[in-house]
Design a protein around this ligand. Structure first.
Ligand SMILES: CC(C)(COP(=O)(O)OP(=O)(O)OC[C@H]1O[C@@H](n2cnc3c(N)ncnc32)[C@H](O)[C@@H]1OP(=O)(O)O)[C@@H](O)C(=O)NCCC(=O)NCCS
Length: 162
């Protein structure tokens, strides 16, 4: 694995909201189009991500290279909820550093972390497996979608973090 030179991780701040939303929007499309019900697409416009970032900001860690935001991770209790890396920063270790930070955050309060990954998101699944996460079960994940969640066929993965 190449090293992400100059990568700095830090807690997200309000002035990161737009950059996180833009990164999340593009990354969501990369990882999910074709692997989730079409009904979810109209809930995943850029405007939706602008709404979804602020409630998570306090549990979001961002990665920066040369003062540019290149990825982020969010944690919700024992769940690593979101892991996203900008296209040019994939395959160089940014994702590894973000995931390790999320695992440490979960480890402050829990023994085991879990996450859901869409069945068809093969790159993410490969990444989690390489990072020591066990694929433990099928999971119908209720993805946020207005008033009624949309069910996404996922795999549940777990890792002991302490
Ligand atoms: C998932 C993500 C964070 C992983 O970060 P990354 O930097 O791309 O991860 P890496 O390149 O280190 O690892 C990906 C692995 O998948 C492999 N891979 C690449 N493209 C692949 C593909 N189309 N199918 C299967 N495996 C693939 C890589 O070779 C690598 O495996 P290896 O280490 O055994 O060679 C990043 O790809 C991303 O942001 N994707 C879009 C958003 C997303 O899907 N997030 C996860 C939501 S659960």
């Amino acid at each position: 694995m190449a090293h992400a030179a100059g990568l700095v991780l830090r807690p997200a701040q309000p002035n990161d909201i737009e950059a996180i939303a833009v990164l999340w929007y593009a990354g969501w499309r990369d990882g999910h189009i074709g692997h989730v019900p079409a009904a979810l697409h109209r809930h995943r416009r850029l405007a939706d991500f602008r709404d979804r970032v602020p409630p998570r900001l306090h549990t979001t860690t961002v990665g920066e290279c040369d003062a540019r935001l290149v990825g982020f991770v969010t944690v919700r209790r024992d769940e690593v909820e979101q892991v996203y890396v900008a296209r040019p920063a994939r395959g160089i270790g940014v994702a590894d550093a973000l995931l390790a930070a999320a695992e440490q955050a979960v480890a402050e309060r829990f023994d085991t972390a879990w996450l859901a990954v869409a069945v068809g998101n093969t790159r993410a699944r490969r990444f989690y497996a390489r990072s020591g996460w066990r694929d433990v079960a099928a999971l119908d994940y209720p993805a946020e979608a207005g008033t009624t969640p949309v069910t996404v066929a996922c795999r549940r993965c777990e890792k002991r973090v302490r």
